[in-house]
Write a protein that binds this ligand. Structure first.
Ligand code: ZN
Length: 249
């Protein structure tokens, strides 16, 4: 037996582990710099993926307006083409529109050319409706490879991940979802006395990548419960654009 074999396989397994970390971990910077937290513990960036969703987004916009909670929507290009008025309305009500690819593939397995095409098609769909292309991008499933962040950068977009992913893309009991959102209040209370540091980027879903009109009722109900509580602990709701600004405090 080759005595180096165990060492080589250990290195291979370790390398695979590093690649997996860089590809999946929401805070990993291995495959390019990403934004995953806000610039202040008082700022909460609520973000929504996989829309627009005609059966839910309009109700969500009403809820967000009630609390003046400006948010960021990472949209799927093929749904943008189907619901241009909803995209227009989301932007008109003060939210930030961002790119979540054209068809929601796992980019980890795609060639650089296909990655670029997925991003360009989505930006094109948004740009035609809003007049300007998006400046922010989130990869489907959070998967990155060495070309994802760099391609987004070439297309003048920064890549956004998250600090909290409560798993609302699965149908879960409302109590479970509210429980999974508890860290937001915990962090706010821990950081109440601090003006320095970082705040949460929350990743929720107002749509579903398999088709329009996904059932996201529990996401809406969880927010109806949580948003006033987040406001009451002193959190300020910001878009991703506002999340990166350093505010004097
Ligand atoms: Zn997604």
């Amino acid at each position: 037996m080759n005595e180096l074999l165990p060492i080589v396989s250990t290195i291979t397994v370790a390398s695979a582990g590093v690649v997996a970390y860089g590809a999946v971990n929401s805070r990993a910077q291995l495959f390019g710099e990403t934004l995953y937290r806000t610039s202040s513990p008082r700022k909460l960036a609520i973000t929504f993926d996989d829309g627009p969703n005609p059966s839910l987004t309009p109700k969500l916009l009403d809820l967000l307006e009630k609390y003046d909670a400006k948010s960021t929507f990472f949209l799927i290009g093929k749904f943008v083409r189907e619901c241009p008025d909803l995209v227009r309305e989301t932007a008109a009500r003060g939210h930030l529109i961002a790119n979540h690819t054209q068809t929601h593939p796992n980019l980890f397995w795609l060639s650089p050319a296909l990655i670029r095409s997925e991003m360009e098609q989505c930006s094109g769909a948004i740009g035609e409706i809003l007049g300007t292309p998006p400046r922010w991008f989130r990869p489907p499933y959070g998967f990155r490879n060495p070309w994802v962040v760099s391609t987004a950068t070439e297309l003048s977009m920064r890549t956004v991940m998250w600090t909290l992913l409560p798993g609302d893309w699965k149908l879960r009991p409302l109590e479970t979802l509210i429980h999974n959102l508890q860290p937001i209040v915990n962090h706010a209370q821990q950081n109440r006395a601090q003006s320095q540091g970082a705040g949460d980027v929350l990743c929720l879903h107002d749509g579903g990548h398999r088709g329009l009109n996904a059932d996201r009722t529990n996401t809406l109900k969880a927010l109806e419960y949580c948003v006033p509580r987040w406001r009451d602990v002193g959190l300020e709701f910001v878009t991703i654009e506002e999340a990166v600004h350093i505010t004097a405090s």
